[in-house]
Design a protein around this ligand. Sequence first.
Ligand code: TRP
Length: 361
Amino acid sequence: MNHPENQPEISHSSYRTAQERSAAVERRIAEDPASVRMLTGDRPTGALHIGHYFGTLRNRVRLQESGVETWVIVADYQVITDRDVIGDIRGSVRELLTDYLAVGIDPERTTIFTHSAVPALNQLLLPFLSLVTQPELERNPTVKSELAAAGKSAMGGLMLTYPVHQAADILFCHGQVVPVGKDQLPHIEQTRVIARRFNERYNHGEVYFREPDALLSEAPTILGLDGDKMSKSRGNSVMLSMTADETAKRIRKAKTDSDRVITFDPEGRPEIANLLTITSLCIGRSPEAIAEEIEDRGAGTLKVMCAEALNEHLAPIRARRAELEKAPDHLFEVLRAGNARANEEADRTLARVREIMGMVY
Ligand code: TRP
């Protein structure tokens, strides 16, 4: 869910292959959802905005509702890949949990857990590291662009190896389907390589870890209200936690242009197109149809429409959010239950891995 500043270079051919596999996964889910185990996750760096919501959260809830078994990792060790200060990690985790439950992630059906509370998951990193080489790690385009975005000259050890750790996130629970954005494809590819090599080198070529597939989101990318990447720290975002008034105010100040005729032109008029996209995602009509309806009534009309649509769509989520905020203990109980489930699974997998490797004493 983290879209680096400098978009990583993902080759067209590997993107196309991933798209094909992703489409095949969608078909499998439609046929037999209960047979699919999905894992995805986020770095806990604070509350979420509508870019996260329309980009991934909504899709997760859809998959959960379809009967897919869902696992969500709160990747707390990944927070310290690109920064020197850990900050209020507990607060960030609480915000993330609040957003998850508010949008409809249901802890009865979805296991929510954190890296740091699942030791056996982390231990898988050691055998997995034996399966990758330094040049391979250094080539990862997403890691490179994140390093550049962090403004650091030297690569930290965790930064270099976190894609291997992410492979452990996915493989410890035998996650088959990983809903992610395009920037995460190198990590999924790395995970596939690790699964393959583990089977080859340690398990006589027999499959223990299956290679997971990315499930690419079809949702259009939401930009910030100034046309840049949406980000909490730039003040160009609409947070799920905002009030309706704050939302309307933010949207009123959104960057637009002076052409009174509203058209859907993502290339030529990205800011107008963005407001149309947000409105469209809320009311389920095409951005073109909305543009046609507004016609020459200008950006002001579009903004009013967008703010109303968004506030109406988010109202139930925000109401749940407010309730959840009153009961932080409940949120951490949910997390502890998820951690317990994840530990059972991770202990089982690690025991099997040690057996496969002959490390049983
Ligand atoms: N790297 C992901 C991101 O920045 C978060 C993440 C951690 C993740 N572990 C994962 C995503 C496992 C999918 C699967 O968005």
